[in-house]
Design a protein around this ligand. Structure first.
Ligand code: UDP
Ligand code: MG
Length: 334
């Protein structure tokens, strides 16, 4: 990035799912930050992606777009999940850099100028690293902590600890990201996979402005599985090792059984041992099959080559009324 080039563009991309109560509180803060950025020669805009909300988020967003010409809106045809909603938003940022923010105010927009400063120093991926997490339960903090450590050990791709989606991506990082069209998208991993210059920016994570988190325990667990299976085949290898280990154990045990029968005769005993062995092997086999199934299922999903999302409404910045039909190039989302 050439430092201080005239009117650099920055699009703040915000995925929102049922955030009707947070957005009116968040937007004025973003608007203030955009003023500051404008003074600094940055032409900033916001792109809100409504991820199939049902609580009136779209109406709130439309009101924001009417009052602020820097706002563009994208509405997906249903709830696709945060990773896809972000992808849809980033797909539209074809000029300048993108800044990703949560809609609930957990990532303070006031820090954006610091991200921009690092971008101007030549970094392509400036990611916010949480120093603390206000308003979250200890169990979430603990599981998140464990998850990041496990990911770091399993995956060859760097997934920095305590780092969410709060980040700035340079134009070339965005161009790279746009080429990754996998259906199972673990964005944190994809950001790391594309490479380039990365730098962490430590920050304090705030509590939600309103509403509740959409990532309950079950969803987080599945998210973690997605992360591991998308970026590591270690579980498959583990299944192999467990198999080899058990086979050796079984061989040793067989030798012992045969030797015992030859020395002391065979009095058809040992039902408990047999049951234990059968149940143990059955369990190991089912676990290994399950692991293979996780990967196979994902392979199946990918092989269908479905588009990642569909666009329901598209409202470019400055338009008087939302266009009902998205432009043709937007429909092509695969
Ligand atoms: N989100 C989304 N689609 C979903 C779930 C969440 O776009 O299906 C958005 C949500 O509106 C918020 C961000 O993703 O802007 C993070 O969600 P949340 O705050 O529920 O997660 P947490 O911060 O607790 O991890
Ligand atoms: Mg949140």
């Amino acid at each position: 990035m050439s430092a201080g080039a005239p009117a650099e563009r920055l699009t703040i991309v915000i995925a929102a799912f049922d955030e009707a109560r947070s957005l009116p509180l968040l937007h004025p803060r973003i608007a203030a930050v955009m003023e500051t950025l404008a003074d600094d020669g940055i032409d900033a805009g916001v792109l809100y992606v409504d991820d199939g909300s049902t609580d009136g988020t779209w109406e709130v967003l439309q009101a924001l777009a009417v009052s602020d010409r820097r706002v563009s809106l994208l509405r997906l045809s249903r709830n696709f999940g945060k990773e896809i909603a972000l992808t849809a938003g980033l797909d539209l940022v074809t000029e300048g850099a993108a800044m990703i923010l949560d809609a609930d105010g957990q990532d303070p927009p006031e820090l954006i100028p610091r991200f921009v400063a690092l971008w101007r120093q030549g970094y392509d991926d400036v990611h916010g690293t949480r120093l603390s997490r206000e308003g979250e339960r200890w169990i979430k903090k603990l599981t998140a902590h464990v998850f990041y450590r496990v990911m770091q050990r399993l995956a060859k791709t760097p997934v920095p600890a305590d780092t969410g989606d709060y980040r700035l991506l340079s134009p070339r990082a965005l161009a790279a990201l746009r080429q990754l069209r996998e259906r199972h998208r673990f964005m944190k991993g994809l950001f790391g996979w594309i490479g380039f210059n990365r730098v962490a920016l430590p920050y304090e994570r705030h509590a939600r402005l309103a509403g509740r988190t959409k990532f309950g325990f079950w969803r987080l667990w599945n998210f973690a599985l997605e992360g591991v299976t998308s970026f590591s085949t270690a579980p498959l290898r583990l299944a192999t090792y467990v198999g080899v280990f058990t086979a050796f154990g079984a061989f040793a045990f067989a030798l012992w059984v045969i030797a015992k029968a030859m020395l002391f005769g065979d009095r058809v005993a040992g039902w408990p041992t047999m049951m234990a062995v059968i149940l143990f092997l059955g369990g190991v086999q089912l676990v290994a099959l399950g692991v293979i199934g996780e990967y196979l299922g994902r392979l199946y999903e990918e092989s269908k080559q479905r588009p990642l999302y569909f666009v329901r409404d598209w409202h470019p910045a400055g338009a008087a009324r939302p266009a009902v039909d998205p432009p043709a190039d937007l429909r092509r989302s695969s």
